[in-house]
Design a protein around this ligand. Structure first.
Ligand SMILES: C[S@@+](CC[C@H](N)C(=O)[O-])C[C@H]1O[C@@H](n2cnc3c(N)ncnc32)[C@H](O)[C@@H]1O
Length: 327
């Protein structure tokens, strides 16, 4: 058991943190060979032993450790508080920058749109029409009518990516989440902020800007399970709009492949446009026709057909097919 946890932390250091967060890489390698830290993790349920959860909980409870020595001291002095956070919270990172890699697909769909995001967290990815975008060869300014300063998301787009000239017309929107986070709740906001990796300062700044914007016009998020509660929400969408159900970085929380495939079947029969933006192993049957998997990238698929590879935080979009309208 202890060796399995150590392996998980080593893998996290080498695959996820390397090149992304020198601090998390160093701490994860340290945990992998620190008996006290491994014993602490062993007392938690397996699904609560994640590196991301431990490091965010420690930063929230005890501040950011600068070294393995700091980490050991923080764990010794704040073990109960850290464990309590790890048991009561999950990794609900809300990355509004993902809107920049999804918007080209959304713009291909005939509107007006009724948007439903499953696994919405605080719902920041539902606000496509409130943000500014910079794809380098094309920009889209934020509408700027909310009074708050909108974040502008930079995203590197391949030449084949069709870039929108205007924001989509969204006439209705709602989110669904097992545990909706509330932008008016300081504890929820602090948790969202601590989920951003320590060196990612520009992501933190744009998260804060997106939260300020959401406070002026908070999206509706219902509590529920995407496997059970989606049909009721779809039934509420206005009949005159095209219903788009989307999710990004969510289906990895459904560990059973059979459950994920049942969800795919449900979506294909729902009479909606379904956009899935997930790691390619989540739906390998879609990835099969997407060409070679790109390291660390998500696969964006519309109704099960691959359309683009996207950077996991929305930092890039590489169009695969020569699509005109979706579906
Ligand atoms: C990593 S966050 C991603 C949030 C958002 N989609 C984004 O890209 O910023 C995953 C979210 O999925 C939610 N989630 C996980 N399993 C779920 C389920 N079965 N039904 C509804 N939401 C779920 C979690 O609570 C969490 O808020």
């Amino acid at each position: 058991m202890i060796e399995r946890i150590a392996d998980r932390y080593r893998r996290f250091a080498q695959v996820e943190a390397q090149g992304q967060s020198p601090l998390y890489e160093m701490l994860a390698l340290h945990v992998a060979q620190a008996p006290e830290a491994l014993r602490f993790l062993m007392r938690l349920p397996r699904e609560r032993q994640q590196p991301n959860l431990l490091f965010a909980a420690m930063r929230l409870a005890a501040g950011k450790p600068a070294s393995p020595c700091d980490f050991d001291q923080a764990l010794r002095e704040h073990a109960d508080a850290i464990a309590e956070i790890m048991l009561s919270r999950t990794t609900q990172t809300n990355e509004p920058g993902r809107c920049a890699s999804l918007l080209p697909a959304l713009a291909q769909i005939d509107g007006p749109l009724a948007l439903i995001e499953v696994g919405a967290s605080a719902g920041l990815c539902l606000l496509f029409d409130a943000y500014g975008y910079d794809w380098d060869r094309q920009r889209l300014a934020a509408p700027g009518c909310s009074g708050a300063i909108a974040p502008v998301f930079n995203c590197e787009a391949s030449d084949a990516t069709p870039l929108p000239l205007r924001h989509p017309e969204i006439v209705w929107r709602a989110g669904l989440d097992l545990n909706p986070l509330n932008v008016f709740d300081n504890a929820d906001v602090a948790w969202l902020e601590h989920l951003v990796w320590p060196e990612h300062e520009s992501r933190l700044a744009r998260l804060r800007a997106a939260i300020s914007l959401a406070k002026r016009n908070p999206p509706r998020i219902e509590r529920g399970d995407l496997r059970r509660d989606l049909p009721d929400l779809i039934a509420e969408a206005p009949a005159k709009a095209t219903v788009v159900v989307f999710h990004t970085a969510v289906l990895s929380y459904i560990p059973s492949r059979a459950d994920r495939n049942d969800f795919a079947t449900m979506m294909n029969r729902a009479g909606v446009v379904w956009l899935s933006n997930e790691a390619p192993h989540i739906f390998p049957q879609f990835a099969a026709s997407a060409g070679p998997a790109r390291n660390g990238m998500f696969l964006l698929a519309a109704n099960g057909s691959p359309i683009a590879w996207t950077g996991p935080h929305g930092q890039s979009v590489r169009w695969i097919v020569d699509t005109s309208r979706i579906p």
